[in-house]
Design a protein around this ligand. Sequence first.
Ligand SMILES: C[S@@+](CC[C@H](N)C(=O)[O-])C[C@H]1O[C@@H](n2cnc3c(N)ncnc32)[C@H](O)[C@@H]1O
Length: 234
Amino acid sequence: MVQQYDAIAVRDADIERVMGPYRKRVEMPSLLRALGPVEGACVLDVGCGSGEYTRMLRRQGASQVVEVDVSAPMVAEARRAEEREPVGVRYEVHDFATLPVLGEFSAAVAVAVLHYADNRRTLARMCERICANLAPSGRLLALVGNPQRPTDIPLANGFLVHRPMHIRDADTYTISVPTLPPTALHVHYWACRTLEDVLLSSGFADVVREPLQGLADGDGGDEPVNLLLSARKG
Ligand SMILES: C[S@@+](CC[C@H](N)C(=O)[O-])C[C@H]1O[C@@H](n2cnc3c(N)ncnc32)[C@H](O)[C@@H]1O
């Protein structure tokens, strides 16, 4: 998995070209609405990639944003973006399944990252380490792969999920992004119920599915590519 993103870092701009419009229209406004006022917040971005969300949160007024990612090349991409346009973000390379306590954050965001856990123990460790970094009542907002997204039906932007029949928790499936050449991402299936159970046993409470706003024709109807989960440190 580490190698997967180390190699993909060079395609980051092309992935953003394909996915950026959906992220700006649907994912970012939905996450901001669910998060509530960001002004003055202290936010941890886990699995930050090249830091699109991190910089967006800082521009929205978060007083401190720390981003962590297991892939050094992805963090290097984020640092280059910071050099081009400094917003004041701290970047660290960590596997968040073993993340030390970096602070007492009011919120954590995990965008398109929990589905990289390849077994339930790792998924639980990821959730526990996020929880350990939150202040009392701190929130986690997680965009996760939608386990109900129908297989082999492309979205308007060409994004395609290919999932074997009878898939079970932790099984691998493939996401295809129509970059040039196409990028295949190998991720793991987690049922909503499992995600909820793991969050609850990792120190979170009030796990809810937040609405996605801004969805348009071609975004997958009732089963878009991802779901937005919110949880509060219990
Ligand atoms: C699909 S990208 C999403 C990046 C970013 N959140 C965004 O939406 O722009 C997934 C990222 O998660 C990172 N990742 C996967 N597993 C991780 C782990 N165990 N610890 C930290 N980062 C991880 C990958 O290196 C990759 O950068």
